[in-house]
Design a protein around this ligand. Sequence first.
Ligand code: 0XW
Ligand code: MG
Length: 365
Amino acid sequence: MRIESIKVYQVHLPVKGGAYRMASDTVQDLDSTLVEVTTEDGLSGWGETCPVGPVYQPQHALGARAAIAEIAPGLVGEDTTSMRHLAKRMDERLNGHNYAKAALDIALLDLAGQRLGVPVSTLLGGALTDRVPSYYSTIVGAPDETARIAVDKVKAGYPRLQIKIGGRDLEQDVATVHKVWEAVGFAARIAVDANRGLTAAAALHIDRLCPTIPFVFEQPCNTMEEVASLKGRVTHPVYLDESAEDLNAVLRAVSSGIADGFGLKVTRLGGLTKMVTVRDLCAIRSLPHSCDDAWGGDVIAAACVHLAATVEPRRFEGAWIAQEYIEGHIDPVNPVIIENGHIRVPQMPGLGVKPERSRLKGPVA
Ligand code: 0XW
Ligand code: MG
């Protein structure tokens, strides 16, 4: 079946609670891009890409829409049978810009799933579970307040916490890690995410000042080289997030042993098709990882959850979705929701979510 049209919609996602503070940036209102790919028989598939502001990573919302405008005319009229053909067409239209191609990749898989009558998880190799764990991500905040939130979220059922640090005094970061550990202990696994915000020296200090706390250190420093310099000098496992920029970066990190695991972002890596390769590379070296995206609504959340369901549970670090920080759902009928710190895997054909038309303005392209 051939592609008849590709429409682009812009959705504003104000941060519930006012602001999401990371070491690298504070964001208040996220700009999400939805794509709707429609085939000649009237079937529509949906994709989404929503960078968490323009500073967290090199990708940004206007870039996503500009890249999709460049790529989309090359897909209209193409047959949807072969995902590999469509990926090749995208690469023939535009070099790079994985995060924009990701939205189209997700929409094409949504279409394929609906046409074949199977959930997207089946197209990704098959689900191992019908319910995946999520994790709660705090903002950079005062030590006592962060510990209080951590306790609440463990009570709410989250099996893992991601504690944000960085961009402030070392003393505050060290106190935050200690207070969270004292409050939560082994009730939840802990990741400490500095979002590139520490020097290697500061990361070494935090490591030595928290020697017995079993956390994993997520993206402590800005570059992969700085993170690599910590190897053998820190005692905590080190995960990469922002430095896992593309398949090549992941291959390098896995093969050289720089990373003990990853916080993976579906759109940054180019979509679900590319994430299958990353998932399988991680499996070869028994590396744990998450399946997240930086932000976004039900469409990208569903994409993360379908992929998450295909990851070996013992290595799975959770599917983070932005639901805790977003008011309402673009699909109020079949929303993707966190219950007791876990998310049900949609069982309907395709992604299992559909934006409600009345909640969309546009299309913008
Ligand atoms: C927790 N997240 C997935 C949400 C924000 O995009 C930051 C991010 C991370 O792990 O860095
Ligand atoms: Mg991270």
